[in-house]
Design a protein around this ligand. Structure first.
Ligand SMILES: Nc1cc(-c2cccs2)n[nH]1
Length: 250
């Protein structure tokens, strides 16, 4: 997969050099290119914004720097064999980013992120590129950030970990919270490791029993408990038949 990020804060994307994404890049599983939007400005102040038509607070990001930047990124990507780009525009007014959308994006060969600052990017930019590729406006949550770069980090990590070979078998994403089918869409329950007693706190007996059926049932019950507490909305969506199946396996 190829990822391009165009931003006025390229240093904000440094975390893409470390940990899971950094290792995937080093292994060649991910090609990440970060571009400074100001490289496509030609005035003394490297201007990327201007006042909004129709008035109102704040500033709007101008068309030309984005258009020139995206044309260059696309030309470079195509030249090096990338195909089928999709534009990912982080915004509070976008489609909620979910594990389902992460799976959808992980299947694409090329994602181009356009994190905005200020009040956003002139709408004509996304209108222009929507004629050439899918444009996904994506929200990572119902809160307002100062810019989309943090959202790029979140989306990139959630997508990268789904790429084949990025997570070792030990870290399989099969049982992730929200992964369809895993615990029928429930939240993960509590986890424990050595020592067996810590500051007077024991491990739930069942986890030391070696009885896999009882352990699986306990984990399912804990997942139900946590989901009921924190995300009752997921309870309606989960597939009760999956429980029957799991009960039979236990
Ligand atoms: N979910 C979400 C996205 C954002 C922003 C994206 C770009 C500027 S602010 N805030 N909250």
């Amino acid at each position: 997969m190829r990822l391009d990020v165009v931003t006025i804060f390229p240093e904000y994307l440094e975390p893409l050099n470390v940990s899971l994404v950094g290792k995937a890049r080093a292994r060649g599983q991910l090609n990440v290119q970060v571009h400074d939007l100001r490289a496509w400005t030609y005035d003394r102040h490297n201007t990327v914004d201007d006042t909004p038509y129709g008035g109102g607070p704040g500033m709007v990001m101008k068309t030309d720097p984005w258009g020139d930047a995206l044309d260059t990124v696309l030309a470079d990507g195509y030249e090096t064999g990338a195909r089928e780009p999709a534009l990912i525009v982080p915004t509070p007014s976008g489609r909620p980013f979910t594990q389902e959308l992460a799976v959808e994006l992980a299947e694409r060969p090329w994602l181009i992120f356009t994190p905005a600052r200020y009040e956003g990017i002139d709408r004509r930019v996304t209108d222009e590129y929507a004629t050439r590729m899918p444009v996904h406006e994506v929200s990572i949550g119902d809160y307002v950030l100062a810019g989309g770069e943090a959202a790029v980090l979140v989306i990139t990590e959630a997508v990268a970990r789904l790429l084949p070979g990025v997570l070792g078998n030990a870290e399989s994403h099969r049982d992730d919270s929200f992964a369809p089918g895993a615990m029928a869409g429930l939240l993960e329950g509590p986890v424990y490791t050595k020592p067996p007693v810590w500051r007077g706190r024991d491990i739930p007996e069942v986890l030391l029993s070696g009885h896999h059926g009882k352990i699986a049932r306990w984990r399912r019950d804990e997942a139900l408990r946590r989901t009921t507490l924190n995300r009752p909305d997921l309870i309606e969506r989960c597939d009760p038949k999956a429980f029957d199946k799991k009960d039979r396996e236990m």
